[in-house]
Ligand binder design. Structure first.
Ligand SMILES: *[C@@H]1O[C@H](CO)[C@@H](O)[C@H](O)[C@H]1NC(C)=O
Ligand SMILES: *[C@@H]1O[C@H](CO)[C@@H](O)[C@H](O)[C@H]1NC(C)=O
Ligand SMILES: *[C@@H]1O[C@H](CO)[C@@H](O)[C@H](O)[C@H]1NC(C)=O
Length: 919
């Protein structure tokens, strides 16, 4: 077809429209782009605040003046762990960590004054006597003290402390806390006052109090007894407990219990050291001594931390909050895309564009590409802001991984938006739902999903299942970026994720990328499929791609036969309808090109629902509209006019029959028809933020107009429809009055020289002047094209239409030009006279004298209307009769009128209804 527009033209038109649309929304766009900027700046500012808080002596390696002087220069100061508290020493360099005696963790029991403290150890075994003999060796009966090597001799004793360990052991808290250290014995001396001993350790010279504690081994019948007791609570505190299981002289198999203590809130048990090694050593030594005698020992000499370099105490905020913040930033686009898609659906703009020739291919390509470009720009801004502000989250991770990750994710997000847009029909619902999803996803991911990821015991399969939800896979990816930025990778030597890190089994990025990639393709496919089935209005069957293999269901044929009996009778009486039918049959035999629209036995049947019987909205419609004709469809509401137009513009499929537009079948070639068709729908379908001119430019481009021809066509169309003056053309359509919108809709339907135009009540809501101007445009437009117009205004029908069809109850009752119809159905004058009610009889007699075939159609308190057959009555006679009557009685008013189209309409409608009630 000559004016069918190519894929590129359509794509170009849509792209330009979208760009204009986006330009209009510049404020929204800036707001959108500002969000990541604001969040990044916020992170940087907070980070700065935290850094300056940490940049105080409290968080730096402790220093002091040498030789116990109180004041000195900064340069003279010496720094080290010995001058630091636990917070400060995290930053000190410790090349040679001090060696501390290994300690048992002792419970805080109340010790009586001067009496020895008692620390209980529980044990159980399969063989009581064996276990008893082993545990008897646990505690020595006297301390070993060697004043020459005091630290060395300490490790020969069973030492314990009630202080809690830290997360490092550069300074053993037992020596810093001021609490006594206990040496456990089976029996303490009577006078247990304890003593102090001097020590020099980690550069600290100090005294440490040391006291005797009584270690008591208690037998328990079973390990479950021990469990119960361990969990019982504060009273009867227990140092540790042992289960020998089935140990004997030949084998040693032991379970050691400890009470996990974490007094300091910020220390979770997973990061705090535990004093368990000494318990294991204690029981092993006891077993060894049971086998080999008291001389045998495995000496546990000391514990020491790993050496460490000087570090800076730093809290990386982006790593802590990055996951949540950045998830929100990236998800932010989802509502934007969804809303935009649902808007075009809610306003039926998608269908409107389709009806003016926009194919599904260009629509998908451009919409998708457009959202993709939007997303990519947005993400680029986000990454650039973050990098410029120096957030490690962005600068340390390999940019190519970031790009691949974000690119796959935004594609998945767009596909998901396309998919979900099929299920929303209201913009507000879609927006609210989308934002709820955005915030909900962020919070759920941060406070629930992250815990699962971090819990090593949580099954990996479940995590993968959860990552099937795109929000969680996004969060996982961002979380991995944050983690990599905060920790030192073995591959790079610095922080940040490299491609080879994906090989690492603890790095979840690889699976996330695979999941998202697969999901993207699947979701995109499903979205396209659902779109084809549900929402385009082309009403494809769910198995449209199998259509070729299907046969037509024959069910409705039977239905139409059932009704035929009665309908044929009616049609026999209507010559004009039969003539139209013959014309159509003739045309189908010898196709000519000058008939733009040919409908052959077109039917639309709506099956019954909820117990109501089914209904033929359109039944047996034969119609041929030549080019250059404006065909008016009249009919009461619900007569089937809109159903007919819906079929013709491809919104619904006919139940049976066929219609040809410019020789193309509406059942199979709707896409070809769209390019030569214009529609002015009953309700204006416009973009509120585009101007009239932009609407016309867009639809003009869709119809393959270009360059100066396009501009000229748009100008002309604006001028013709009175949209040119006062800058109306460049105002947003949302601000138009109802009449202006109506005129714009008509202009849209006519732009690009369509061969067939459907106008559904084009002049509703127009003032008389605009209507007149609209009529002129339509009169001019019908020169070279077929127009089908529905209207309720008889005046309009008479002024515009070359032929009229009156539609009642789904079928044409009559077809013809207005004059013919009036002649055929209204071969009468209508005579009206008002007198007092006493003279009603006189008036009737007067009329009967004029013609015996007069027919009274109305009578009410003195006013009567008669139909007088034109053939039998001369107007002059009527006037004469009235003059005579006036002399005989008082006539208040009288009138004689030719039949109007309105009379014809009412008459035809009544006749059809009367017939229907009869049949
Ligand atoms: C329990 O242990 C003792 C001493 O080790 C041993 O003599 C005895 O045979 C053991 N009893 C059982 C039932 O194994
Ligand atoms: C342990 O078992 C013995 C005998 O089997 C019993 O007399 C004793 O009451 C039990 N002790 C506990 C604490 O259950
Ligand atoms: C990935 O890991 C496997 C074993 O875990 C190893 O054999 C392979 O060489 C690694 N590949 C790369 C590129 O590091």
């Amino acid at each position: 077809m000559s004016n069918s527009s190519s894929f590129c033209t359509q794509a170009n038109a849509l792209l330009r429209k979208n760009l204009t649309f986006q330009k209009r929304n510049v404020k929204t766009n800036i707001r959108l782009i500002l969000l990541p900027l604001i969040l990044c700046v916020l992170l940087v500012v907070l980070q700065h605040l935290i850094d300056s808080l940490l940049d105080t002596p409290d968080f730096k390696c402790g220093c002091a003046c040498p030789n116990k002087r109180t004041t000195c220069n900064d340069s003279e100061k010496v720094c080290g762990v010995q001058y630091s508290n636990q917070n400060q020493l995290l930053t000190c360099p410790v090349p040679h960590p001090p060696e501390w005696p290994p300690l048992l963790q002792l419970p805080t029991v109340l010790c009586k004054e001067n009496a020895s403290c008692r620390f209980n150890m529980l044990f159980t075994a399969d063989n009581h006597s064996f276990a008893q003999s082993v545990t008897d060796n646990m505690f020595p009966s006297a301390p070993t003290v060697d004043y020459a090597d005091i630290m060395g001799s300490l490790s020969s004793n069973v030492l314990g402390s009630q202080s809690y360990p830290e997360d490092n052991n550069f300074l053993e808290p037992a020596f810093m806390s001021g609490l006594p250290i206990f040496y456990l014995q089976s029996q303490c001396p009577k006078n247990n006052s304890g003593f102090s001993f001097p020590y020099q350790m980690a550069g600290i010279t100090s005294q440490q109090e040391i006291r005797c504690g009584q270690g008591i081994n208690l037998w328990r019948n079973s390990s479950s007894d021990i469990n119960n007791e361990l969990y019982k609570g504060q009273t009867n505190e227990i140092a540790s407990a042992f289960d020998f299981l089935n140990s004997n002289e030949d084998g040693f198999d032991i379970v050691v219990w400890y009470k996990s203590v974490f007094s300091r809130g910020i220390h979770s048990p997973s990061t705090t050291l535990l004093r368990i090694p000494r318990s294991v050593n204690l029981i092993s030594n006891a077993y060894l001594q049971f086998l080999r005698g008291p001389g045998t020992k495995i000496l546990f000499e000391f514990v020491k931390d790993m050496p460490k370099p000087e570090t800076v105490f730093r809290i990386e905020l982006a790593s802590l909050l990055g996951g949540l913040f950045f998830t929100w930033v990236v998800l932010q686009l989802f509502p934007v895309i969804l809303t935009s898609l649902v808007y075009e659906k809610q306003q039926k703009l998608r269908i409107m564009m389709k009806m003016h020739g926009l194919g599904d291919g260009p629509y998908w390509l451009i919409s998708y590409g457009y959202f993709l470009a939007l997303s990519v720009i947005y993400i680029l801004c986000f990454v650039i802001f973050g990098s410029v502000l120096g957030l490690k989250f962005f600068t340390l991770n390999d940019y190519s991984i970031q790009f691949v990750f974000y690119f796959i994710y935004v594609n998945l997000q767009i596909s998901t938006a396309f998919l979900l847009s099929s299920f929303f029909s209201n913009v507000k619902t879609a927006t609210v739902t989308a934002y709820l999803v955005v915030f909900g996803t962020g919070l759920l991911a941060c406070f629930l999903f992250q815990n699962f990821v971090e819990a090593t015991s949580f099954p990996r399969g479940w995590i993968i299942c959860m990552e099937l939800y795109p929000g969680f896979s996004l969060y996982r990816g961002l979380y991995e970026f944050a983690q990599s930025a905060a920790t030192i990778s073995s591959n790079s030597g610095t922080g940040g994720m490299l491609w080879q890190d994906l090989n690492d089994s603890t790095n979840g990025m690889k699976e996330v990328l695979i999941i998202m990639l697969v999901e993207w393709i699947v979701v995109l496919f499903i979205a396209y499929y659902i779109d084809q089935v549900l929402s385009t209005g082309s009403g494809k069957s769910p198995l449209f791609f199998l259509k070729r293999f299907q046969k037509k269901p024959p069910s409705f044929e039977k239905l139409s036969i059932q009704r035929q009996g009665s309908k044929v009778l009616v049609q026999l009486e209507k010559e004009d309808v039969i003539q139209e039918r013959e014309k159509v049959e003739q045309l189908l035999l010898e196709p000519t090109i000058n008939h733009a629209i040919v409908c052959n036995d077109l039917k639309k049947f709506y099956p019954g629902r909820d117990g109501n019987p089914g209904k033929f909205a359109v039944g047996e419609l034969f119609l041929a509209v030549p080019r250059g004709e404006c065909f008016g469809m009249l009919g009461p509401n619900g007569a089937g006019k809109t159903s007919f137009i819906s079929m013709m513009i491809g919104l619904t499929k006919p139940t049976s029959g066929a219609a040809y537009v410019e020789g193309l079948d509406i059942r199979t070639h709707m896409d070809g028809i769209y390019t030569s068709m214009g529609v002015c729908p009953q309700h204006d379908l416009l973009w509120e933020s585009l101007t009239g001119r932009e609407h016309l430019l867009f639809y003009g481009r869709l119809k393959n107009l270009k360059g100066s021809i396009l501009t000229q066509a748009v100008e002309e169309s604006l001028k013709n429809l009175n949209l040119f003056h006062g800058g109306v053309a460049d105002k947003k359509a949302g601000k138009y009055s109802g009449g202006m919108k109506r005129r714009l809709s008509v202009a849209i339907s006519l732009i690009g020289d369509p061969k067939v135009v459907y106008m559904d009540e084009p002049s509703t809501g127009l003032d008389p002047a605009s209507r007149k101007c609209l009529w002129n445009v339509i009169k001019l437009a019908k020169q070279d094209r077929a127009i089908i117009l529905t209207t309720h205004s008889m005046e309009e029908a008479e002024a515009l239409c070359d032929r009229l069809g009156i539609f009642v109850d789904g079928s044409l009752q009559c077809v013809g030009n207005p004059k013919e119809l009036k002649g055929r159905y209204g071969g009468t004058y209508v005579f009206t006279m008002t007198t007092s009610s006493d003279h009603e009889k006189d008036v009737e007699n007067m009329i009967r004298r004029l013609t015996p075939n007069a027919n009274r159609i109305y009578r009410l308190s003195g006013t009567q209307k008669f139909e007088l057959p034109k053939k039998e009555v001369k107007i002059a006679n009527v006037f004469q009769a009235v003059e005579v009557a006036k002399r005989n009685f008082t006539v208040f008013a009288w009138g004689l009128a030719d039949t109007t189209l309105e009379d014809v309409f009412i008459k035809v409608a009544h006749e059809a209804e009367a017939f229907d009630t009869l049949s």
